[in-house]
Write a new protein. Sequence first.
Length: 441
Amino acid sequence: MEQLSFFDREEEQPLASRLRPRTLEEYVGQTHLLGPGKVLRRLIESDRISSMIFWGPPGVGKTTLARVIANCTQASFIDFSAVTSGIKEIRSVMQQAENNRRFGARTIVFVDEIHRFNKAQQDAFLPFVEKGSIILIGATTENPSFEINGALLSRCKVFVLQPLGREDLVGLLKRALTDERGFGRQTVVIGDDMLEAIAGFANGDARAALSTLEMVVLNGGLDGDKVTVTKETVEQCTSKKSLLYDKKGEEHYNLISALHKSMRNSDPDAAVYWLARMLEAGEDPLYVARRVIRFASEDVGLADPRAMEIAVAAYQACHFLGMPECVLSITEAVVYMSLAPKSNAMDVAYGEAKADALNQLAEPVPLVIRNAVTGLMKELDYGKGYQYAHDLEDRIADMQCLPDSLAGREYYRPTEQGVEGRFKTRLEQIKEWRRMHRREE
């Protein structure tokens, strides 16, 4: 663990650093992982940590949780930064860990921002994780499926950390006012409504909440040892977000719902308004663009297949341009979605198929569509009777592709909306072809 130097006094550190939890009892949030009896808590308390990845947005406690583990474990703990380290540093640390293993000692290596490592750097960890020289704990804000090598990821358990709830943040702010590591040695007068506003502004980010509290206290009115924080000070320090969100502090979840439902109701004016509310309040345009992509398949689907193309193009434009240049690109996509014909057939189809898949997990794949890659499989009739559709006159084979228990089940039921009407006609032709050929048999 890092130690303070003579010139790095604790009281001069940022509030978020001073209040960093040291034990599980001080840790705030993530009750789905750390609540009583939850799997991660049991692993930490029993000191049976295995390699894992903490994935979540900034300020939710990924690094803090790793340091709590460091305080609880009997293993050697090495704190490693992907920002400042290269392969040379990795190899040096791995050699140290290998030496520890030879003497029967475990080594936990924590890598902050592990997604910043390239493939070669990540590969350097792999052999040591495989033979147990190290227990790897990585922290990332990016999707591990895309940013971490498959071989390394397969040897790690991924724990998803969620943004902190409003109550968690308010509780954290109140503790900062009473804890001696925070403002406990001062008298700070600040209303609960102001703490609620700060929590709303932080949007699930504990670091942002504590940094904002520190700012409002430092800018509060000083009278001897007493600091009084006014509503005006809080509004100035939280700037646009506190002004643009309503008085109850409803966050982006309500606004994204308003945007989604306005597009679904074919109301481009309302959709653009809610879009502006989000972007001008500081919302990440990539988050909005991702939701527009979801909308394209959930609410438009094959009624207008171009909707998905436009939504993905808007996401790419947001990624390339950033704010504020990307606002027109995403506005174009939002207006297009609002005016596009609507179909939820994709959503309904997957929902019904998912229910059947979960209830009938053991249904075997029909032999006719299995792939016979070995001689034994061929002897067991894998692929027997399979017909290659491209070799047939109508490009359709009379084969049953669903399990026997689901034969005849229909999930996709196209609507008459937009282009989907053509897909409906085509599907009816396919079904009629199958009915005719079954009669002939």
